[in-house]
Design a protein around this ligand. Structure first.
Ligand code: 7TS
Length: 409
């Protein structure tokens, strides 16, 4: 994998921020976009912007081909068995909310259980809290191990025959932990529950095979995988999607509309009410082409190397606390940390002055922050365009931060 060549494809990286070359270490929040994705969106608006599935004119046909062609690319990307199982959404959040609102409302009642973990992103907590409130179901949490991993025995203990839904992230956006989704899915199925996977931090970084995982639903966002914002995917097994009611009603998703009753289109369109995210889907298709050309295995390996390098170098900085598994083999390409008493927002501000972009805050995981016993952390996250040199600059910036605040206090 030639990172130098890859970087050339991302025009945004070639700039100075605050007088320093940009070091972008916030890809877990959103990734940067290569020229091919920017041009795919540009070409659609310049050359064949039109609504899909409606008119019979040439531009409409081209737009429909682009949109549906992107669906096939997604199908192949996650190895779904049919494009009927690929629903375009606004992102991971919308995808999980769709499962909760449709499958959840129809299948849960008082006495039933929903199981998640203490490391989930708010997008995989709140939809289930709301569903529990509406249906009288109980929301249960799998506890975490000291090192920020999930023990499979704890999953076995938490999931019971009353459990109807298990919803767990594949990769943590804070701890970097990679969860054993295939094993957890087996436990869910043994108890008669469906398995929902929050794949927001997994799909951009590793080869996903939904048939091999055997999960019932899988959610991810285009903008974290070099695609545009506003587009994401809900994968669902056909047997579930077929029996589920749509969540949004209106144009595009109907078959026949009468005065009192209407019927829906077949899958996947019954879940895509209104004019869809055409440019976004076309951009996501180009993003998938880009990632597959580089190779998901190469990307994963590159990020593992960077994470191991970062763990090694960052832990040498005095006063550093690093959260998540210490074994680089157990984690993906991000490092969440705090330095002594320096507030993470101050860390991020000092780094920004050096042109280094990291995230600071609760990372939409307040229950996890509580578990870690902190109010906030800083996070550096890596992607295919990052280098060891970026990490060296981060470490130098952290040393500077530490020195600066030692003088202040
Ligand atoms: N699930 C996980 C694991 C995430 O990391 C995120 C976004 C989401 C769901 C929501 O994705 P969306 O595209 O629908 O917003 N995570 C982050 C983050 O870590 N920093 O900013 C956004």
């Amino acid at each position: 994998m030639d990172v130098k060549e890859i970087r050339k494809q991302f025009p945004i990286l070639d700039q100075e921020v605050n007088g320093h070359p940009l070091v972008y270490l916030d890809s877990a929040a959103t990734s940067q976009k290569p020229v091919s994705v920017i041009e795919a969106v540009n070409d659609y608006y310049r050359g064949y912007n039109s609504n899909v599935h409606r008119g019979v004119h040439t531009l409409g046909t081209r737009a429909t081909d682009g949109y549906e062609g992107a669906r096939e690319k997604v199908r192949n990307f996650i190895n779904a068995s049919s494009t009927q199982e690929v629903i375009f959404t606004r992102g991971t959040t919308t995808a999980i909310n769709t499962v909760a609102a449709s499958y959840g409302r129809a299948n849960l009642a008082e006495g039933d259980e929903i199981v998640i973990t203490h490391m989930e992103h708010h997008s995989n907590i709140i939809p289930w809290q709301q569903l529990a409130k509406e249906t009288g179901a109980t929301l249960k949490y799998v506890p975490l191990q000291e090192n920020g991993t999930i023990a499979i025995e704890d999953v076995r203990e938490t999931v019971t025959p009353q459990t109807k839904i298990v919803s767990i992230m594949m990769v943590s956006n804070v701890l970097g932990t990679m969860n054993p989704i295939k094993e957890i899915t087996k436990i869910a199925h043994e108890n008669g529950a469906v398995m929902v996977v929050d794949g927001a931090q997994a799909a951009p970084h590793m080869k996903i095979d939904v048939q091999d995982l055997d999960c019932d639903f899988f959610a991810f966002s285009g903008h974290k995988m070099v695609g545009p914002t506003g587009i994401g995917v809900l994968y669902g097994k056909k047997k579930h999607l077929n029996s589920m009611e749509p969540v949004e009603f209106g144009g595009e998703m109907i078959d026949f509309v009468g005065l009192q009753e209407s019927t829906w289109k077949e899958l996947p369109w019954k879940f895509e009410g209104g004019t869809p995210i055409i440019a976004g889907a076309i951009g996501l298709g180009a993003a998938i082409d880009f990632l597959e050309q580089v190779g998901l295995h190469n990307i994963e390996e590159h990020e593992h190397k960077l994470a191991a390098y970062a763990l090694d170098k960052m832990s040498e900085v005095e006063g550093m606390t690093i959260f998540g598994p210490s074994d680089p083999g157990q984690r993906a390409g991000l490092v969440t940390f705090n330095i002594d008493d320096v507030h993470p927002h101050d860390v991020a501000t000092v780094l920004d002055a050096e042109g280094i972009a990291v995230r600071a805050g609760h990372h939409c995981a307040q229950p996890l922050m509580k578990w870690l016993n902190v109010s906030a952390t800083a996070r550096a996250s890596f992607y295919l365009y990052n280098t060891e040199e970026d990490i060296d600059k981060l470490v130098a910036g952290l040393v500077k931060t530490k020195e600066f605040f030692s003088d202040v206090f």
